[in-house]
Design a protein around this ligand. Structure first.
Ligand code: MSP
Length: 651
């Protein structure tokens, strides 16, 4: 299946901010999700450069518009890179590939009578790049809810596009395609707007020259919105480019609510006039507002440097915040406190902690080797069913362009997994020899749950798979969407690692909202903290009385190679070893039988106290002692590199 998704093209009159980033992060998430489904995805973004406000801003900077936008466009590209945006194409409306298509379409619409010449007399809001009739103004200002700025009176010769002619056809299309304008609240708004009557749209300007020239009347430049909307097909190489054949119509145009009107009215009418298929969906999300309710925007001066934020918290955390906080059909509130809160509660406490805590237990109780699972019970069955439900719900949410509820579902699974840890209490199972199989099952289930989380979160936080997969001893081929509700994918015997915490907690005491925010990563490993809560504190043997270096020098420690090994009959602790040291073979009896299988010791190079007085143990003369480290139930024989021969000194 092909999947074509677009963001709006952004005005490069100022650098992008965290509010503008939402659309692009959301589109990227959908693009990544569809790639995981195996779809042939095309993801387009770009910049809208032929606007009057670009000319104004460049003038204010005493520079040429093209030089000015080149600089800002670089900032957009850098931000998208920092946020891991995987676009397939980036279109600039100053590119020739775009300009020639706009000119071709303008000429065609003129020739077929859908564009005609007349005179515009009315108002224009340059920040919104919108024409307004006198009766729409509010107290003489721009009526856009987030604008309210001064408008200018225009009286100039212009070309007009016959929107009115297509009004009924558009209403009929919207009626027959309920999924065309989403969510439903925007659809209703648009229907009311169209039913209110469409005026023909002024589509050219003569009072400035920056823009795409009307080819047959070059004192006119094409109105920026007509020009901009065409990017969605010019980038594909309309009319006969291979990409156009392959990807048009778009599966979804995603954008903020302020510009749905252009995409749900002007754009479909352009396409109808050209007799081209209409996009399948136009999705209008809310805005990110500040805590005091204002829209985040450069002109309001409430914009925080997005690069700094990403550097401080990481791209995945910022993406998570943006996607999680904006509920469908409503606005989201942005503040750095909210970001920190989401990181600490959802990412560090719930998600990261489950992963590091459960991997730490596999390391602690099974030396990092994933055990086989033989005792699945009702709890495992419940997780299995939940993973199926969650995968389905995530798919439905993403099909409806609703990343927030998709994440909510995933976190439902994360919460259930954390509860599973408490319910199964692996630290208690580890103390009971007859619970070995049950502990194996629990540890195996942990690893499967992490795998499922890694898959489900991959489209939202693309930085995670390269960090989580190696912990599971796998590469990113583990991220297979179709396996997000399957169990038994990780093989027993796989080696896992505990790794660094994925999302270190932000120390709130170090954090101020006063602008100069400082964050300190708490370095403690949460997993260990959690485990240690349930394991009694370690009791160490007291350190013995001091000895002199001469006394130490009396010990003759040597490397010894183990030639053979067998358990001493009728004991469960003692192992009889034949070792080679300085060209002779000795017998050593060692109390390590509970911790090693005899065959695991053969060919190991261990450390032998070679001058210890021989002693008889269970009737066997033991000629020395091998060194081992131990604490509580854990014991490990000290081994050295095999290049050191038996007999080498240890000092
Ligand atoms: N150039 C036009 C789009 C042309 S598409 C053919 C434009 N550009 S814009 O740069 O002003 O805005 C681009 C997108 O950013 C819009 O979808 C707008 O809603 C979104 N946002 C700008 N500020 C935003 C927030 N504070 N929050 C969420 N989205 C925001 O419009």
């Amino acid at each position: 299946m092909k999947y074509y998704i677009t963001t709006p093209i952004f005005y490069p009159n100022s650098s992008p901010h965290i509010g503008t980033a939402y659309t692009t992060v959301a589109a990227d998430t959908l693009a990544r999700y569809h790639r995981l489904l195996g779809d042939n995805v095309h993801f387009l973004t770009g910049t809208d450069e032929n606007a009057q406000k670009i000319v104004r801003t460049a003038e204010a900077h005493h520079t040429d518009p093209k030089i000015y936008v080149d600089g800002v466009v670089d900032r957009f590209k850098e931000l998208w890179k920092a946020l891991d945006i995987s676009f397939d194409d980036f279109i600039r409306t100053t590119e020739e590939r775009h300009q020639k298509v706009v000119q071709q379409i303008f000429t065609k619409l003129y020739e077929q009578g859908d564009i005609y010449k007349s005179e515009y007399s009315g108002w224009y809001c340059t920040p919104c790049e919108t024409f307004w009739l006198e009766n729409k103004l509010i107290e003489g200002k721009c009526p856009n809810s987030d604008c309210g700025r001064d408008v200018e009176l225009l009286k100039e010769e212009s070309y007009f596009f016959r929107l009115s002619k297509y009004q009924d056809a558009l209403l009929k299309f919207i009626d027959e395609h309920p999924e065309f304008i989403q969510p439903v609240s925007r659809r209703n708004e648009m229907i009311r707007f169209i039913e209110g009557g469409l005026e023909d749209l002024c589509v050219s300007r003569t009072t400035f020259q920056w823009g795409i020239k009307v080819p047959f009347d070059p004192k006119h430049v094409v109105y920026v919105w007509l020009d901009a909307l065409i990017n969605y097909i010019s980038a594909l190489g309309y009319p006969d480019g291979e990409n156009y054949q392959q990807y048009w119509p778009a599966d979804v145009h995603i954008m903020g609510k302020d510009i749905v009107r252009f995409h749900a009215v002007i754009w479909p009418i352009i396409l109808m006039a050209l007799n081209l298929p209409l996009p399948r969906a136009v999705y209008g999300h809310g805005w990110y507002l500040t805590k005091d309710g204002g829209k985040i925007s450069k002109s309001r001066g409430n914009v925080q440097d997005s690069f700094e934020l990403i550097q401080r918290y990481g791209s995945d955390a910022i993406r998570y915040f943006l996607l999680r906080e904006m509920q469908v059909g409503t606005d989201g509130t942005y503040s750095e406190d909210n970001v920190v809160e989401r990181i600490n509660s959802d990412l560090a406490n719930d998600f990261g902690n489950f992963i590091s805590r459960s991997l730490a237990m596999v390391v602690k109780y099974r030396d990092g080797v994933v055990p086989g699972s033989r005792q699945n019970g009702p709890l495992e069955q419940e997780l299995n069913v939940l993973s199926q439900e969650v995968k389905k719900a995530v798919e439905e949410s993403l099909n409806g362009c609703d990343p927030a509820s998709a994440l909510e579902q995933i976190w439902h699974f994360v919460a259930r997994c954390n509860k599973y840890v408490d319910e199964t209490a692996p630290w208690a199972l580890a103390k009971q020899e007859d619970q070995r199989d049950r502990l194996d099952t629990v540890l195996y289930t942990f690893v499967e749950c992490i795998r499922i989380m890694a898959i489900l979160t991959a489209p939202f936080m693309p930085g995670l798979p390269p960090r989580i997969c190696p912990l599971l001893g796998k590469d990113e081929r583990l991220i297979r969407w179709e396996e997000a509700d399957q169990w038994g994918i990780i093989e027993a015997g796989t080696r896992v690692q505990k790794g660094e915490p994925l999302f270190p907690r932000i120390d709130v005491s170090q954090y101020t909202t006063a602008g100069e925010t400082k964050t300190v990563n708490q370095d403690q490993n949460q997993a260990l903290e959690q485990i240690e809560e349930h394991v009694p504190a370690l009791e160490f043997e007291p350190i013995k009385e001091e000895i002199s270096i001469e006394e130490f020098a009396k010990l003759d420690l040597r490397v010894a190679k183990i030639l053979s090994s067998e358990k001493v009959e009728k004991t469960d602790k003692l192992m009889k070893l034949e070792v080679e040291v300085s060209g002779e073979v000795r017998t050593v009896v060692s109390g390590i039988a509970k911790h090693y299988a005899p065959e695991d010791l053969v060919n190991q190079h261990v450390v032998l106290v070679a001058n210890l007085k021989p002693t008889k143990l269970r009737g066997i003369m033991s000629q020395g002692m091998i060194l081992a480290a131990s604490q509580g139930e854990v014991l490990e024989v000290l081994t050295v590199n095999k290049d050191l021969p038996g007999g080498a000194r240890v000092k």
